[in-house]
Design a protein around this ligand. Structure first.
Ligand SMILES: C[S@@+](CC[C@H](N)C(=O)[O-])C[C@H]1O[C@@H](n2cnc3c(N)ncnc32)[C@H](O)[C@@H]1O
Length: 262
């Protein structure tokens, strides 16, 4: 008998998302703070997080003394983010907005968008518009730290990742599978399967989505079309500060440090 997974939009279950992605949060916070000290041509501590989701990094950076504005299109994720900030006695601005086209009040010293979220923008036009909106929201010298997984179009293998997390009696096992990237359509199919154990009961939940794909050349071309931002460095998903990389196809997990030109 095949195991049946119920369809779930996992952004309408912020707790499960948050449990799965909790592990690297402190490391990412340290990394973002270090990037800002190392590369920003500004001393300020105002941070913008497009697609901030459950607010794990909003909380982390607010705790470190940054003034944070996070936005997302999911009201459920934002409500979860608001609750966590209230619980911790922290303050941050949260709002409902779309990544592809947005305006925010004020200008920021740092913006970031990690864990491939940028790949939800499915057209070149939306990706370019997003980058232009970010550039407009930064002060000159301000940074945009963008973490995304590049695609290897030559690979026909499926990718697999597994995370396990637990919080206050809720255990989540997450298996993420990615199908080979389609070079012509510039898309890749991704599926997450969660097995959630809560109050002695087990639920099996599945989310399917599509990402836009980039190899290093495609990403460079996109960046060139937004001249307000310059690429100043590249790291990887280990967030190791001593490990600067190149933007090339040997390094698929890439964290780009972009800076707003004066
Ligand atoms: C993988 S989560 C990342 C959340 C957060 N940045 C983090 O690092 O944990 C992706 C988030 O992107 C949001 N999202 C996806 N497409 C979006 C869009 N076009 N505009 C705004 N938010 C979007 C989803 O609602 C979800 O909260």
């Amino acid at each position: 008998m095949p195991v049946v997974f119920d369809e779930l939009d996992w952004y309408s279950s912020p707790l499960y998302y948050d449990i799965v992605f909790e592990e690297d949060t402190r490391l990412e916070g340290t990394f973002l703070e270090a990037m800002s000290e190392r590369y920003a041509g500004t001393q300020g501590r105002r941070v913008l997080e497009p697609a901030c989701g459950s607010g794990r990094l909003v909380e982390e950076l607010a705790r470190r003394g940054f003034r944070v504005h996070g936005f997302d299109r999911s009201r459920e994720m934002l409500a979860f983010a608001r609750e966590r900030l209230d619980r911790e006695g922290l303050d941050a601005e949260l709002s409902v907005k779309d990544m592809e086209s947005f305006r925010v009040r004020g200008r920021f010293d740092l913006a970031h968008c990690m864990v491939s979220t940028f790949k939800y923008l499915l057209t070149e036009e939306d990706a370019r518009s997003h980058l232009a909106c970010v550039a407009r929201s930064l002060v000159p010298g301000g940074l945009y730290v963008l973490g995304l997984h590049l695609s290897d179009y030559t690979s026909s293998a499926r990718s697999r990742e597994r995370w396990v997390g637990e919080r206050e009696g809720t255990r989540v096992v997450c298996n993420i599978q990615g199908w080979p990237a389609d070079r012509r359509r510039r898309t890749e199919r991704v599926r997450s399967r969660l097995v959630v154990t809560e109050a002695g009961a087990e639920r099996k939940l599945e989310t399917n989505w599509t990402f836009r794909t980039y190899d290093a050349r495609q990403l460079r071309r996109l960046l060139k079309s937004v001249p307000e931002l310059e690429l100043v460095s590249v790291y990887d998903f280990t967030y190791d500060l001593d490990r600067e990389r190149d933007l090339d196809d040997d390094q698929l997990d890439s964290v780009l440090v972009l800076r707003r030109r004066p």
